[in-house]
Design a protein around this ligand. Sequence first.
Ligand SMILES: [Zn+2]
Length: 464
Amino acid sequence: MLKRKLKLKPEVKLLLLLLLLAIVIIGDTICFKILSPHFLVSNYEKIYIQNYGDSTNKYSPSVCYGITSDCKNVDVQIKGEVDYNTLGTYELEYIYTYKDKTYTIDQTIEVKDTEPPVISLNKKDILVCPNGKIQNIDVTVIDNYDEDIKEKLKSEIKDNKLYLSVTDSNNNTTEKIFDATIKDDEAPKIKINGSKNKTIIIGSKYNDEGATVSDNCSTPELKTEGSVDPNTLGTYTIKYTATDEENNTSTEERKVYVKNKEAGSRVIYLTFDDGPGAYTNQLLDILKKYNVKVTFFVTGKGDDSIIKREYDEGHTVALHTNTHNYNYIYSSQENYFEDLYAIRNRVKRITGIESNIIRFPGGTSNTVSKISMRELAKEVTNRGFYYFDWNVSSGDAGGTTTSDGVYNNVISNLKSGSSVVLQHDIKKFSVDAVERIIQYGLDNGYTFKALDETSPVVHHGANK
Ligand SMILES: [Zn+2]
């Protein structure tokens, strides 16, 4: 019998050998994996994302000891802590000890905000301008992390639909699409600057103050028609027309009366008693803005610096009383003059001026004086003082307690000649009315002046 040895090439032999070796190693490994007792860790992720504020779904791997088919759960000890209410990265260590041997794995937990904001529509109808501006929408935008973020809402109109989107501070975005009505049939609004009716004296300058427009959808165009010839008597109309992008139109008119200068031109002397006080600087700011000069009848109270400012800014610093104590000043002429010279000295010390413009506390017509006001008025005149009462009362020392009240009392009682207006700069509501009184006066052909020795005499009758 022919014995023939199977001959293989050496490289094939090597290949077979390696193959055999591989089978043994892999097989052994598989056997070891399945059959020998060891720790099995399932659900394990090295980096785990935990949602912000969610402490109910705490992450932990499941660990057991045994062979694959018979593995008993063992407890894991956790080192480290996670604050589920604070965004951040937390490092934990899972430790399990079995038969004096300790095994550990590292665990990173990232607490992140992955929840997008919620857009909810409270009322179904949405009105949108043709240019995309939303006119009315009742929507709430609440985010689990940022809370109310309605102001971050972005909107866009496409094919008659409103696209809303919002992104929270952790970059989670929500988008929603709504049906919308697109229209604009609302006319622009026109607000005439200054007075709707103006009176100017012939020959003076006229500068129209114009008007301010607003619109629900766009910035409307404003057209101004008409002009005023200040050198020709008559009534003029300035017409303002506003048109928005959808051609909705509205108009307003201003009447301007060019009149002759009246006999004894109209002058307002604003006067303020009892200061300086807490609101005098505010008043001075307003007067400066309009370049209006007034008269302050000052007392012994308040800061020197305010009296200095009154004087420096061209107002008349006049004398009221040092103490404002009626009992004292009106019990004798001696007391009265002692008090009057005290306030005159104060003003002189601050301004360098010896003022001779005065106002009696309570006016010449006061009923509380124990001495004769008639004789006192004579005596102050003899001593070179000029005393002034008032012919327009703002009421701010009596029943009037609002700015509107002061304003109305003053403008409804203005004289066609000289108006000496009584106000108190220690009362905020009264000071608050001054700007409107000035605007009214300027709009209606009055001039404002401070009192001096040459001013028209305005005197009350004395009671005794
Ligand atoms: Zn007073």
